[in-house]
Design a protein around this ligand. Sequence first.
Ligand code: SF4
Ligand code: SF4
Ligand code: SF4
Length: 314
Amino acid sequence: MNSKAQKIKAASIDPAYYEAVTQAIRLEAVKLLKEETVVAVVGYLPGRRRGTASPALVTNPEQAANLIFSPACANNLSVYLTKAKKGVLQKGRVAIVAKGCDMRAVAGLIGESQIKRDDLYIIGVACAGVYGFGTDRSQPLTAANIARKCRECNVHLPEGADFAAGTPAELSDLTPVEAEEMARIEALPQAERWAFWKEHFSRCIRCMACRQVCPFCYCEQCLCDKNRPQAVESSPRPAGNTAWHIVRAMHLAGRCGGCAECERVCPMDIPLNLLNRRMAKELKELYDYESTRVPQEKGPLTQYKENDDQSFIK
Ligand code: SF4
Ligand code: SF4
Ligand code: SF4
């Protein structure tokens, strides 16, 4: 695989590129299942509506021949390695289709001993981008409808995968949106920053979709559910909402892979990835740590270095 992605303009993403990736995934998945290298492949099948895609677990070559990859394949499939389908891993090795931003989650889960690298076969995708939330999926992918996270992607290549589908491609004509928004919020006086987040948190309906979709929220009993004793109020009221969002952000600090799935599924349009990105920035500045596509032995909050920042100890 080339170590550098080829630069292309968003306007020139040919739908045929996704077709070529689809064919490569199908061939590899069919081969893996026929040769019994894996017991199942976690990938995408066409959704019920035109232009959509659904996560799927396929277990025979006939089903694998229908797998797809398209700009609608936004889901981070690594969530199925720790939640609903995790029992499949007990039956044998599993293949998973992963974009670069998904691979950071796969690597993180291996680093947290939730899965073993040897139990996985990673079909990496050289990814040019996926649709943004709420965009028309019957249209080709362009700079106008690409996801916010893809505008600043630095993980187009499936580094660390067992197989790479597609020719690495990177879009050269995208302007960042999230970085600018983050800089704007960071420049606000503290009271205004707090007002910004307070307004967003106040709209949270505590549906927990952001938790359910996150590969790293795999605790069997969540601190934020109804518990005895109750740590965080579970109904959508201001104090409980603020506590939930602080717990979520802190719990994911140094773990979040930045897939932005939490933000994609939020029905209230809360910009959760801004918070994720801010935490990631703190981790980089404080511990020179960032999430990667290859597993790291330990996360920043589970190891001690003598030169760690001590300024929080008063
Ligand atoms: S962030 Fe990068 S790897 Fe992830 S979907 Fe967008 S372009 Fe693909
Ligand atoms: S917190 Fe959000 S962006 Fe981070 S890994 Fe979980 S779903 Fe992805
Ligand atoms: S998905 Fe959105 S509304 Fe639902 S709990 Fe998360 S932040 Fe709140």
